[in-house]
Design a binder for this molecule. Structure first.
Ligand SMILES: O=C(O)CCC(=O)C(=O)O
Ligand SMILES: [Fe+2]
Length: 370
């Protein structure tokens, strides 16, 4: 019996051990299941956290935009779309010119004043002109009136190099900064640029020949005629919209082509995105207009124009041929978003009520025949 009991006891032990092994396996299996379930859950949490963060980021990019006043895809024609805004007190600090000084303020957009073909012609002109030089950073300008052209980290004057005098002094101006360059034309027709305050003599460059030869191909009389026509039509629509006498408003400086891309800024001149008030930045401006020469979304991304109002921001999306215009005081604080891709072209054409700040339409310098 004893051996049987023993066998039985052994048998019971073996069954117990087998049970334990099975339980152990099941437990291990269970814990590996639990482990992978935990991993999947963690992954899901991480993914949804990522998704939420991305969503928050994307919406935060847009969250400062309360309203799109005019999108690129729509066509505002023939009448401008007008948004009235209460005039700021800025104009009280200046002499008032009845029939011109803003009494009604606001902003308006029209696609009915400049055709897309005209915008394309002007854009080609901007491309050719700015290809002569251009800023090292993302924002270049070509001022048609003064001839100031971004070059590297500074500006050159493509017009002043023309008169056949030997020594010229001129000022290149953008915003509040004025650079005075003295240009000496040497016997070889090369020019030496020097600027007061810099002890070292700067560049000996073939500017005179370079721009002289290039300019003939870049600007024709027709181009300047087109600028004049467009300027006249813009003046008319501003006068109509704000109830002004167009004969009492004058083109003022600066009036320039701008080319913006996503290259990192190299100097302050490239930092076009800062909020500003045109009347403060440019002084003489009473009405600002912007003629866009390229399309938001297909020629470039970013680069929307943003009115920064107290109760939110309102955008205008550039469209080739679109004219956006507004009274230049602090009722129209604005900025341009950074361009994130592509190239954005525009022209700034602005008007003053003060005859002393009037400029004549840009024209080809004497001696250059288109
Ligand atoms: O190009 C734009 O949309 C605006 C430029 C601007 O604000 C300016 O020239 O003062
Ligand atoms: Fe501006």
């Amino acid at each position: 019996m004893a051996p049987v009991r023993q066998r039985n006891a052994k048998g019971a032990n073996a069954a117990e051990i087998e049970k334990k092994i099975k339980r152990g396996n099941a437990l291990r299996q269970g814990s590996s299941w639990r482990g992978s379930r935990l991993l999947v859950a963690l992954l899901l949490v991480a993914l949804s956290a990522c998704g939420t963060a991305t969503w928050l980021y994307v919406t935060s990019l847009d969250s400062d935009i309360t309203e799109t006043l005019v999108s690129q895809g729509e066509l505002v024609s023939p009448q401008p779309r007008v948004y009235s805004v209460q005039c700021s007190e800025d104009y009280d600090n200046y002499k008032r010119y009845p029939g011109c000084t803003p009494q009604k303020c606001g902003r308006a957009v029209t696609d009915g004043v400049v055709t897309r073909e005209e915008a394309q012609t002007l854009r080609r002109l901007a491309e050719r002109g700015l290809a002569l030089a251009g800023s090292e950073g993302g924002a270049s300008i070509l001022d048609l009136h003064s001839g100031a052209l971004s070059m590297g980290k500074q500006f050159v004057n493509i017009y002043s190099l023309f008169p056949s005098r030997n020594r010229l002094q001129h000022h290149v101006q953008k915003s509040t900064q004025t650079i005075e360059l003295t240009i000496n034309l040497n016997d070889a027709g090369l020019c030496e640029l020097s600027s007061p305050g810099s002890a070292t003599r700067t560049n000996l460059i073939h500017h005179r020949r370079y721009f002289g030869e290039q300019l003939k191909d870049v600007f024709t009389q027709e181009d300047f005629q087109l600028y004049r026509d467009v300027r006249g039509r813009i003046q008319e629509v501003i006068a109509q919209t704000f109830g002004l006498d167009p004969a009492l408003m004058y083109l003022t400086k600066p009036t320039f082509f701008s080319r913006i891309n996503s290259t990192a800024a190299k100097t302050q001149h490239d930092e076009y995105w800062h909020p500003h008030i045109d009347k403060v930045t440019y002084g003489s401006f009473d009405y600002t207009s912007l003629l866009y020469l390229s399309d938001y979304g297909s020629d470039f991304t970013g680069g929307r124009f943003v009115f920064m109002d107290q109760n939110g921001n309102r955008t205008v999306e550039p469209r080739a041929g679109r004219v956006s215009f507004f009274s230049s005081g602090s009722e129209n604080l604005h900025r341009v978003e950074k361009v994130t891709w592509g190239t954005r072209y525009a022209i700034t054409v602005s008007f003053t009520c003060d005859p002393e700040h009037a400029i004549s339409d840009p024209a080809l310098p004497r001696g250059i025949h288109g």
